[in-house]
Design a protein around this ligand. Structure first.
Ligand SMILES: [Zn+2]
Length: 346
């Protein structure tokens, strides 16, 4: 009898220890993300880590919800228990409540009429859940670049004038509809691919004359396509397209700048010892940008991600300041900045 009691105590404590280890991984990953936010602020996008642009994160595992710096509304709704607190980071836990298989999005609840009205919330499933849905995600570091892409959308939406502007301008037009138009109209697809090639060539151009000519070709092709879209499909895409390009192109830019940071030997690249999915930045060390066509080719991704990202690369090459303007000026887009530059060169 004594022996049985002893065994069950051992079993119980082993179980508790296992749970603690899993929870430690959650906490360590959250601290890793928090550190990345400050590194992005320092190296990639000044202001990204300002507290005024911070937003809560809901982290989903297979057994629980974790809330990182939740708002009062979230605390009231889920009644979670505080499990970790260190400097600016508070992590709460509650039981699992939804059955949605996979989260990687930033949401804004427009039905809540309160102080937190229009306050975005970031949702991310754990690496393990993401891996089950997207096979290519092979490490915690890769997963973290997806999470930071979403955080960057939260940063965009925290610019309230910008959020109001895009809500008024594009809420009637989903991003998927752009992709659908691209896929179902071959003339549209050909024109977009051509526009993107002009951007890619302008990025590579050896002198400013050549690059100006390519920018002109880009705008000419774009105007022609939009005119045809107006006539044949009866849709004016100019505004929605340039907003989605700015939103997604800049989020992808942050994501890819993180790739570069991870491929460097910076001593600031942190490790997560508790996490067996952390691969020590291995897949970033020999990352081949040219081979990763999903980053910059319109037929390998949703097209506005690629055109937006390439516009940013071109603006960077031309030394045009964009980080201090988009989102702060609510109706500013990458396309407008490129046009502004072109008009200034005449
Ligand atoms: Zn995005």
């Amino acid at each position: 009898m004594m022996r049985l009691v002893f065994l069950s105590i051992v079993l119980l404590s082993a179980c508790a220890e296992k749970l603690d280890k899993q929870e430690q991984v959650v906490i360590d990953r959250v601290e890793f993300l928090v550190d990345l936010k400050s590194r992005i602020n320092e190296k990639i996008w000044d202001g990204f880590n300002d507290s005024q642009f911070d937003l809560p994160l809901i982290y989903y595992t297979e057994s629980a919800y974790y809330f990182v710096n939740p708002t009062d509304i979230i605390l009231e709704k889920f009644n979670p228990k505080l499990i970790f607190e260190k400097s600016q980071v508070k992590i709460y836990k509650s039981q699992l409540l939804d059955s949605i298989a996979f989260h990687m999005e930033t949401s804004i609840d427009y039905t809540v009429d309160s102080d937190e009205y229009k306050s975005p919330v970031m949702h991310a499933s754990s690496f393990e859940i993401v891996k089950k849905n997207i096979e290519d995600v092979n490490s915690t570091e890769m997963w973290s670049t997806m999470v930071l892409h979403e955080y960057f959308h939260g940063f965009q939406f925290k610019h309230l004038n910008y959020q109001n502007h895009i809500q008024n301008s594009i809420s009637y037009f989903r991003q998927d509809s752009l992709s659908r138009i691209y896929k179902s109209n071959s003339w549209f697809k050909t024109a977009i691919d051509t526009e993107n090639n002009f951007l890619l060539e302008a990025i590579e151009a050896k002198n400013s004359n050549a690059s100006l000519q390519l920018i002109d070709s880009f705008f000419a092709s774009r105007s022609e396509r939009r005119l045809k879209t107006n006539e044949s499909l009866k849709i004016d895409l100019a505004q929605v397209e340039s907003i989605y390009e700015t939103m997604e192109g800049s989020a992808r830019y942050v994501e890819i700048e993180l790739y570069k940071l991870f491929s460097s030997n910076s001593r600031k690249n942190k490790k997560i010892d508790s996490d067996k999915s952390f691969k020590n930045y291995k897949e970033f060390k020999d990352f081949d940008f040219q081979k990763a066509e999903w980053i910059y080719l319109t037929n390998k991704t949703k097209y506005c991600y690629a055109t937006g990202f390439n516009m940013i690369r071109l603006l960077e090459k031309l030394d045009v300041e964009f980080k201090s303007r988009i989102f702060k000026e609510e109706d500013m887009t990458l396309e407008k900045l490129l046009l502004e530059y072109r008009l200034g060169q005449k």
